[in-house]
Design a protein around this ligand. Structure first.
Ligand code: DGY
Length: 321
């Protein structure tokens, strides 16, 4: 890694062992351990003093941070997440700051959670549990808490990257027919050419696209109106891909059956209409939140920093879309 000791900023407390590659490579690690996010102004001030940074998706690595960093010694920023819409990758590339993410290591864990949401939304699990917790369960009832079957139904995947494919694999075990839609044909069985067709034929629709200018609000009033009134909608990707007000209208108006969400338009704020709805299952962005997976993510981010600071190009480098 060269003779000079490399300085790496780690913006938050991280799972134990995740930062081992940095220490093993002899980096001097400065870590915010109180688990409070740095302000934007603090990141701008700190960035030039470090060769590398390991950050979270809640850290906004924008032009200001990148320009300040590049004026100093910053050479690499590794996001401990697979999504990187919190980073201005285009600006980073122009400034010569390498950006890394954590692909691959969280696919199965996130797919598990997407499937959990498919099941929980279709079976109205949160609503049923809420009644029990609030002492409103009067005993077994033939017409109580009636959900919809998942097994044997049609699953529609929007996007067909690694995570979506893992969801598809799980769906096979439930005897589901799996369709997918992407902008370009995938060549795989189950590809449907239009999003409209996918929406109108699926019993469960699960979103697996990154947040970009093209995907922002891609599921809005028009798209929701195409879904079956018996269908459930799941989002484990990024909140702004879905128009939340339109979703609330669709749920309240009964034009879809239920929704399972792990991500929100303005996290950590959650639309009060979603919270009030009896037809939502709402989780606080925990798609990859297992001890094993979060540790792997931080490890991969750390390895990316070490590789770049050693003059190599790691596989987890991201380039502008
Ligand atoms: C990601 O990695 O992008 C998820 O949203 C958090 O695991």
């Amino acid at each position: 890694m060269g003779d000079e000791e490399k300085k790496v900023l780690v913006t938050r407390a991280m799972p134990k062992g995740g930062l081992d590659p940095l220490t093993a490579a002899g980096c001097q690690v400065t870590q915010r351990l109180d688990d409070v996010a740095y302000t934007h102004a603090e990141l701008v001030e700190l960035a030039p003093n470090f060769d590398g940074m390991v950050c979270l998706l809640t850290d906004k690595i924008d032009t200001d941070v990148l320009e300040a960093g590049a004026r100093g010694r910053l050479r690499v920023v590794a996001n401990a997440a697979v999504g990187y819409d919190n980073i201005d990758v285009e600006r980073a590339e122009r400034l010569g700051v390498v950006i890394c993410n954590t692909p691959g290591v969280l696919d199965e864990t996130t797919a598990d959670l997407a499937f959990l949401l498919i099941l929980a939304a279709a079976r109205l699990a949160s609503d049923a549990e809420r009644d029990l917790r609030e002492g409103k369960w009067a005993g077994w009832g033939i017409s109580d808490h009636l959900g919809r079957d998942v097994h044997g139904r049609v699953l529609g995947l929007i996007g067909y990257g690694r995570i979506a494919r893992e969801v598809a694999r799980r769906a096979e075990g439930f005897g589901m027919e799996v369709l997918h839609h992407t902008r370009r044909p995938t060549g795989f069985p189950g590809f449907v050419e239009t999003l409209d067709e996918l929406l109108s034929t699926s019993d469960a629709v699960s979103i697996h696209v990154p947040l970009t200018d093209t995907t922002s609000k891609m599921i809005s009033k028009r798209e929701l109106a195409l879904m079956k009134p018996t269908a459930v909608l799941i989002n484990t990707s990024r909140g702004p891909v879905l128009d939340e007000e339109a979703l609330c209208d669709a749920l309240d108006g009964g034009s879809i059956f239920a929704a399972g969400l792990d991500v929100y338009e303005s996290e950590p704020a959650v639309n009060p209409r979603l919270i009030a709805s009896r037809r939502t299952v709402l989780l606080p962005h925990i798609g990859s939140a297992t001890i094993e997976t979060r540790t792997k993510m931080v490890r991969l981010a750390s390895l990316g920093v070490v590789e770049v600071l050693s003059g190599r190009t790691p596989e987890n480098v991201v380039t502008p879309r």
